[in-house]
Design a protein around this ligand. Structure first.
Ligand code: AMP
Length: 238
């Protein structure tokens, strides 16, 4: 394989430059982390599963008109994506109370929310990704008001499409985190990943966790769980 320069090493993937200026190679890692990286484990097989899951989800979103960075898979654990400037914002969409929301507001986990809500977290590990609002985003110059309007609209659209996508495989979409990037021409693009690492997915019949909470909460092994999600997606969408 061609030599390529490491651009970024995250907790779950590495990004490399390629010969094409506009394209990056993403290598998914067999690693799981929690508590902002304090807990870290090797999980053999996770890279392959997340690489395939995010590819399939991004392809389905593209078919429904959601522009995103995914180009194509190049190996079991690698894919090519369009290079964008990542906006340092974690956009969380919630349909059902869970996780930090349930804790912060004492709303029981599992309670349906009257309407989907958006939250924004400032992507900064040294600050532990604090929750922020629109004024913080403006003061910190993270994104313009126009960009925020696009991001909010896209996030709601993506939520609706993902609810429908997971519904087809008997999964309830509880919540998820997405990230957006900016192209050189200023357009906003869905980037990063959509996997069981970044979503809460509950089995429709049993309410079993089919996501990273299995690791975070020490419920069991995540590999068979992620395999189940990929298997259901492939059966319906391939
Ligand atoms: P929480 O704020 O912990 O309840 O998380 C809400 C949703 O966003 C869950 O689906 C998490 O998996 C996802 N999420 C939150 N923070 C991150 C992060 N740093 N990396 C990946 N997913 C995240």
């Amino acid at each position: 394989m061609e030599e390529s320069k490491l651009l970024y090493k995250g907790k779950a993937k590495k990004l490399f430059k390629t010969n094409d200026l506009k394209t990056l190679r993403v290598e998914y890692l067999d690693q799981a982390t929690a508590l902002n990286g304090i807990r870290k484990d090797t999980v053999i097989g996770k890279s392959i599963l997340n690489n395939q899951i995010t590819a399939l989800v991004f392809e389905q979103l593209k078919l429904k008109g959601i522009h995103n960075h995914f180009i194509r898979l190049i190996s079991k654990h690698e894919q090519l994506v369009e290079e964008v400037e990542i906006i340092p914002l974690e956009v969380v969409v919630r349909n059902v109370s869970a996780g930090s929301f349930a804790k912060r507001l004492a709303i029981p986990e599992g309670q349906e929310l009257e309407f989907p809500i958006l939250e924004f977290y400032y992507k900064d590990d040294s600050l532990d990704d604090p929750i922020i609002n629109g004024d913080h985003i403006k003061i910190l110059k993270i994104a313009t008001e126009e960009e925020m309007t696009t991001i909010k609209n896209e996030a709601h659209k993506i939520n609706q499409l993902l609810i429908e996508l997971f519904e087809k495989i008997n999964i309830r979409l509880i919540d998820f985190k997405i990230e957006f990037g900016r192209r050189e021409d200023g357009t906003i693009l869905l980037a990063d990943e959509i996997t069981p690492d970044t979503c809460r997915l509950w089995d429709k019949k049993t309410n079993d966790h089919l996501d990273k909470d299995v690791y975070r909460r020490n419920i069991g092994d995540i590999v068979p769980v992620y395999q189940e999600v990929l298997h259901r997606l492939e059966q319906t969408f391939n």
